[in-house]
Design a protein around this ligand. Structure first.
Ligand SMILES: *Cc1c(COP(=O)(O)O)cnc(C)c1O
Length: 220
């Protein structure tokens, strides 16, 4: 299993960057993985997991949470507004707040359920037309609007463009968070989490390097 290796590499990256041990939270991204791979990682002691699909997460995590107490579940995939209610009930953090219509639905659900997952605003650092996320120029205004509706975002999240060096994007996200007074940075995946830690990531989202490659055909 890749968990030990990733945990060690995170600790080494923290040290190289002069950061406190344990300052980076590993989110083990378990989307689409076979149950036995995920339960093995639970058995090994990992408690923070990331999922991309509300329905898939709802199907597997309630039972696992009973069996392995202390699980923290992070929503890292695109969130449809009509799933906001269910997401607020299920997740401890939502990394993909990327538009006003979703913010409104989340605010309603948070008030109704008296349960407030930690919120990250997804930023489209590469200004990619097809990608979700708030544009850099619109971030400040978006955060103002969120606070006006009673939401209290804790951090920023990005997915750098696939074909580019991710580091400038990680740097940009960190600068934006500093400017906006946000403490948390969700950035870095299997291929680049060490670079993200060097740039200040507080949360890395690592899937295939822990669990092995994902087989999407099992979802059809
Ligand atoms: C799937 C996914 C990950 C994990 O990707 P790996 O390359 O398998 O580590 C991280 N972040 C997001 C947003 C994802 O959708």
């Amino acid at each position: 299993m890749g968990l030990d290796d990733i945990t060690r590499r995170i600790a080494a990256a923290e040290q190289r960057a002069g950061r406190a041990p344990g300052s980076v939270t590993l989110i083990a991204v378990s989307k689409v993985q076979p149950d036995d791979r995920v339960t093995a990682v639970l058995e090994a002691g990992q408690r923070v997991f990331g999922e991309n699909y509300v329905q898939e997460a709802q199907g597997k995590w309630p039972a696992w949470r009973e069996r392995w107490p202390g699980v923290q579940l992070h929503m890292i995939g695109p969130l449809q507004s009509n799933k906001a209610k269910q997401a607020v009930g299920l997740f401890d953090a939502i990394h993909t707040l990327d538009r006003m219509s979703l913010a409104r639905k989340l605010a309603q659900a948070i008030e109704a359920q008296e349960r407030a997952p930690e919120l990250f605003v997804q930023v489209n650092t590469g200004d990619e037309p097809q990608k979700a996320g708030i544009l850099v120029d619109e971030l400040s205004g978006f955060l103002v609007q969120l606070r006006e509706m009673g939401l209290n975002p804790q951090g920023l999240m990005c997915i750098p463009p696939e074909a580019e060096d991710p580091r400038p994007h990680f740097q940009l996200l960190r600068e934006l968070a500093e400017t906006e007074g946000l403490a948390k940075l969700s950035m870095g995946m299997s291929a680049d989490f060490e670079a993200a830690i060097a740039e200040g990531a507080t949360h890395v989202r690592v899937g295939s390097a822990i669990f092995g490659a994902r087989d999407y055909t099992t979802m059809l």
